[in-house]
Design a protein around this ligand. Structure first.
Ligand SMILES: Cc1cc2nc3c(=O)[nH]c(=O)nc-3n(C[C@H](O)[C@H](O)[C@H](O)COP(=O)(O)OP(=O)(O)OC[C@H]3O[C@@H](n4cnc5c(N)ncnc54)[C@H](O)[C@@H]3O)c2cc1C
Ligand SMILES: NC(=O)c1ccc[n+]([C@@H]2O[C@H](COP(=O)([O-])OP(=O)(O)OC[C@H]3O[C@@H](n4cnc5c(N)ncnc54)[C@H](OP(=O)(O)O)[C@@H]3O)[C@@H](O)[C@H]2O)c1
Length: 458
């Protein structure tokens, strides 16, 4: 383990079938294989608003919340930009102890109660005893969660029965209200409109000022078409006299000044500005590293007109590079996806190690077919008709972004089955090479001498 080390470049070395990694201090490392595990929500982004560095008070992104000092907001005028899952959970918490809070909202988000509660020792014992059952459920479900959708189509169910299900789900903790809902709320526009109406009613019930309630109800996307933020008292925060909502679609932010945020109609002065403006999601961590594959091919060029992968785990032109939680993998219950990717990658590297294989690379055909499959899985999903970090349209770039398919939208068991099949075929879908240099595509490589594979040295 080498801590506090940021890799800034990774170049494939054709002559030795290895990677050269360079960190931001200029130190160099070589290794036969590399595994990226850089996070799909790790490269945080400041908003592309003029003057963002001019503010003289304290300002920080939520992903860089100051660690070394306690932030006391009790007598402070605070502004927050961003109402995604992070903004929502930040707002509901800081209103408990803030002088005055102004929330700058660009897009209202559907949010629903988290309903976290203390877990008693007995409940925890039961959960531990149930681990095998819980893991079994996660391994069978669509997105690796314990939840499964109601198998009925919403439009086949009488209105009073729908209401009954929705009320029951609304009272449950976690993602049940999203993932245990009728199976077609994410694909059928009318079903989605009806379920959205239910959640809009809940917002109207919880927010006292009808104008504020209307602004908090999303009008440009349906319930569950973005990752659902879960909240504990978020909507009630707007009932407090010291909390104000500014809808920046009506009153756009012009710039950040030395003293606050200037919108078209007024200057809002603050002591602290919090940016809950999200991440350059999915590919941001990759863009921050100068990845160069065979013949100096840059990853950013390989993905220039859209992400392409094979199995979400490899990229043609980038031999011996594996991605744990890269694009085109399942983004549901992410730790479960990572667990599978790590197992698959480890097994493949072990396979290479045992057989003296020094180089593995996805084929162009494999990558095109997989990418097409990922795009096919995305067809018909309302989520892909909506701007969000999952469709690649939140990157705070100056130019207009186009939507992309960044994640695997099919069922997780199907994804794992396809990857398992590739392993069972002896990885014959990959181009492989072993020492001494020799092109192969079959798995008949038993009895070869094992080379020293991984040399990690500064
Ligand atoms: C606020 C928040 C809450 C979340 N909650 C959930 C949740 O409840 N459930 C869920 O499934 N997912 C959740 N996620 C998604 C979450 O990102 C993942 O589940 C989890 O963190 C993924 O783990 P990871 O190891 O892939 O990436 P990360 O945890 O993001 O770790 C990536 C690591 O790579 C390092 N790194 C990146 N680039 C480089 C580089 N160039 N050189 C060296 N190191 C580098 C980073 O410093 C970091 O340590 C949440 C995300 C956020 C932002
Ligand atoms: N487990 C959890 O409870 C939890 C908690 C937090 C986060 N997460 C994970 O992290 C993901 C990302 O959440 P996030 O809230 O950090 O990011 P996000 O969902 O991308 O939200 C970013 C917010 O900032 C706004 N924004 C960005 N740039 C802006 C600009 N220039 N001007 C004005 N507003 C701007 C966005 O508005 P627009 O919508 O208009 O772009 C959005 O409201 C979540 O979807 C979830 O997967 C999980």
């Amino acid at each position: 383990m080498q801590f506090n080390t940021r890799i800034s470049a990774a170049h494939f070395q054709d002559d030795s079938d290895s990677w050269l990694l360079i960190d931001d201090q200029g130190r160099r490392y070589t290794s036969r294989f590399i595994i990226t595990a850089m996070g799909i929500l790790n490269a945080h982004t400041m908003p592309n608003i003029e003057g963002v560095h001019d503010f003289k008070g304290k300002a920080f992104h939520t992903a860089r919340w100051p660690r070394d000092e306690a932030i006391d907001l009790s007598d402070k005028r605070v502004g927050i930009i961003g109402t995604g899952a992070t903004g929502i959970q930040t707002i509901q918490e800081i209103v408990k102890n803030v002088g005055h809070l102004t929330v700058f909202q660009r897009t209202a988000n559907w949010a629903a109660p988290l309903r976290n509660a203390k877990i008693s020792a007995e409940e925890m014992d039961q959960i531990r005893a149930d681990y095998p059952k819980i893991f079994e459920k996660c391994s069978k479900s669509y997105a690796c969660f314990v939840h499964e959708a109601d198998t009925r189509s919403l439009l086949d169910v009488p209105p009073e029965e729908r209401e009954e299900l929705w009320e029951r789900l609304y009272a449950l903790p976690g993602f049940a209200k999203w993932l245990c809902n009728f199976k077609d709320i994410g694909t059928n526009k009318e079903a989605n409109r009806l379920v959205s109406d239910f959640f809009a009613r809940k917002i109207r019930e919880r927010v006292h000022d009808p104008d504020v309630a209307e602004r908090l109800i999303p009008k440009d996307h349906g319930f569950g078409t973005r990752r659902l933020p879960l909240e504990s008292g978020y909507f009630e925060a707007f009932n407090r006299p010291n909390v104000r909502l500014v809808d920046i679609r009506e009153d756009p932010i012009l710039r950040i000044t030395e003293t606050g945020i200037q919108t078209q109609s007024e200057l809002h002065e603050f002591d602290i500005i919090i940016y809950a403006t999200g991440f350059d999601a999915v590919t941001g961590s990759f863009s921050a590293v100068d990845f160069q594959g065979v013949n100096g091919l840059k990853l950013k060029d390989a993905w220039g007109d859209g992400i392409r992968t094979y199995l979400g785990l490899t990229v043609q032109g980038f031999p011996n590079m594996f991605m744990s939680m890269g694009p085109h993998q399942m983004f549901g219950n992410i730790p479960r996806s990572i667990e599978y990717a790590v197992g698959w990658i480890t097994t493949f590297i072990g396979y290479c190690h045992e057989r003296g294989i020094t180089r593995v690379e996805a084929t162009a055909k494999g990558m095109e077919e997989w990418t097409e499959h990922v795009h096919d899985c995305a067809k018909g999903l309302l989520a892909n008709e909506v701007d969000s970090w999952m469709t690649g349209v939140n990157k705070n770039l100056a130019h207009k972004q186009t939507r992309s398919i960044a994640r695997y939208n099919g069922p997780a068991p199907g994804y794992r089955r396809r990857c398992d099949e590739v392993a069972a075929r002896g990885y014959s879908d990959f181009k492989m090479k072993r020492e001494p240099a020799e092109e192969e595509s079959s798995d008949a490589r038993e009895g070869l001498q094992t080379p020293t594979l991984v040399e990690m040295r500064p």
